[in-house]
Ligand binder design. Structure first.
Ligand code: SDX
Length: 432
């Protein structure tokens, strides 16, 4: 039933084993209705079961609103389309974390912090030497972020949160860029205080000591847009992981390191890398994209159309729409002709007409087009999920901070329904 048609009562009635119970309900600012089951077990002895938590709210949050049926995404009430067109990643990071668009003074102070905390301790460079050249940069990223708690031991759960937020926002791009330089055997390029967040990231990745590298405006703007679009997405897998770890009062660096690991999975942030792998496979297989649409429909094949489908969006992912338009513009401005973009568009066109995808409401998600833009920018495929993590960092931080500031916030500890062996006695080895 749609919220606007529901007749809201103050309670929901549950009949269990012929006993009737009343459960309180509450309504969010966008009309979403929640049934409060926090007393369910003590009242009824029963718990709910919701594999994948598709129907379970872990918290009340004021950060990001998504309407999956209508394809709506807003950060602190601002539509993603407006922020993508008019804002920038630094400003959006401030908005997500502190809840309002910064005025000039607030933005200057925030920008100064992001600029002047971008170096990492020189001893941290030794960690890169320990990784094999084939190490995936997401594994390096999570390890390096977790190690920050060794260099800032005072950064505990109750420490100066704002300083540690600035440190992490500022250092993550340096850690990411250094892992890229290490992987290609080039010297590290240090952060520059005169560049924007996105320009500095690209400069650290693509500059070489032997020549002056000016970051092209088209690349700086493309990266800034990608970071804005990835900045938060309410209680997705990695954000829920950050909240889960933070709920034990683990420090910010440990919580974010766990979120990076969750994002790495191919069903989540790792999908952007898998989309390119899939498109390359289709290209190398003569571009026969209909064959792969049929494979995706065949359960036995285990093949999924990467970059398609979403737990929440049952309509277009608004970020995919923006990225599809941006992909055309960026490739044209860069003079890049990428056959993978044509394959992606053909896949999308066919899938959106196919009953299998229509019935399951499978649309392109944020990962479907992002990889094509990263590729055109010269960013290697194994760095795509690292770029996702860079974008998602302010969202993770905002959600961690909101959880930490929620009165009465409790450690996350779900229950289970046990389906294993009932009690039995030990059997000596010789009798087994
Ligand atoms: C992100 O949560 C977020 O907000 C995430 C994210 C963010 O910003 O944080 O938006 C970022 O993670 C986007 C998603 C990136 N992942 C992919 O593109 C991987 C491919 N997509 C699927 O693995 C899947 O769609 C998920 C993981 C995204 C969603 O999985 P759900 O919600 O558990 O859905 P499901 O697996 O139950 O699928 C429902 C049906 C199934 O078929 P039936 O059993 O009903 O017959 O749709 C099928 C699935 O087999 N299906 C697909 C498919 N995705 C779902 N079939 C083919 N190709 C696909 N991509």
């Amino acid at each position: 039933m749609e919220n606007e048609k529901m007749t809201l009562t103050k309670t929901a009635k549950l009949v269990l084993q012929e006993q009737e119970y009343e459960l309180p309900t509450f309504t969010g600012s966008e009309g979403e209705v929640g049934i409060d089951i926090s007393q369910l077990r003590s009242k009824t002895g029963a718990i709910t079961a919701d594999s994948g938590y598709g129907n379970t709210g872990s918290c009340q949050s004021a950060i990001t609103f998504i309407d999956g049926e209508k394809g709506i995404l807003r950060y602190r009430g601002y539509p993603i389309e407006e922020l993508a067109e008019k804002s920038n990643f630094t400003e959006v990071s401030y908005l997500l974390i502190f809840g309002h668009l910064p005025n000039k003074k607030e933005l200057e102070k925030f920008q100064f912090g992001l600029t002047h905390h971008s170096l990492i301790h020189e001893d941290m460079k030794k960690f890169y030497e320990g990784f094999p050249p084939t190490a995936h940069p997401m594994g390096i990223l999570s390890s390096m972020v977790s190690s920050l708690s060794a260099f800032y031991p005072e950064a505990g759960y109750n420490a100066d949160v704002e300083l540690n937020i600035i440190r992490l926002l500022s250092k993550l791009k340096t850690i990411a860029a250094f892992s890229y330089k290490k992987s290609i055997g080039q010297p590290y390029v240090y952060p520059r205080n005169d560049l924007s967040y996105s320009a500095d990231m690209l400069h650290m990745m693509f500059a070489v000591p032997s020549e002056v590298y000016e970051v092209p405006k088209v690349l700086e703007e493309a990266l800034d847009l990608l970071l804005i679009l990835h900045a938060d997405h309410e209680q997705n897998c990695s954000t829920s992981t950050v909240r889960m770890v933070g709920s034990s009062e683990a420090n910010l660096f440990a919580s974010i390191s766990a979120g990076i690991c969750a994002l790495w999975g191919p069903l989540h942030g790792g999908a952007n890398q898998q989309v390119i792998t899939m498109l390359e496979k289709i290209r190398d297989d003569g571009g026969d994209y209909k064959k792969y649409i049929n494979l995706a429909k065949d359960k036995e094949s285990k093949f999924k159309l990467m970059g398609f489908g979403h737990r929440v969006y049952k309509n277009f992912d608004p970020r995919a729409k923006i990225l599809k338009a941006s992909a055309d513009k960026v490739l044209e401005q860069l003079g890049v002709k990428d056959p993978m973009l044509d394959i992606a568009k053909n896949l999308e066109e066919i899938a959106l007409k196919d009953p299998f995808f229509i019935e399951r409401k499978l649309y392109p998600n944020v990962d479907f087009y992002s990889g094509i833009i990263y590729r055109a920018m010269g960013i290697p495929t194994n760095m795509f999920t690292v770029m996702f993590a860079l974008g998602r960092l302010p969202g993770w931080i905002a959600q961690w901070k909101e959880m930490r500031e929620t009165p009465g916030a409790r450690i996350y500890r779900p229950r289970q329904i046990y389906v294993g062996e009932t009690t039995r006695s030990y059997v000596a080895l010789e009798k087994r």
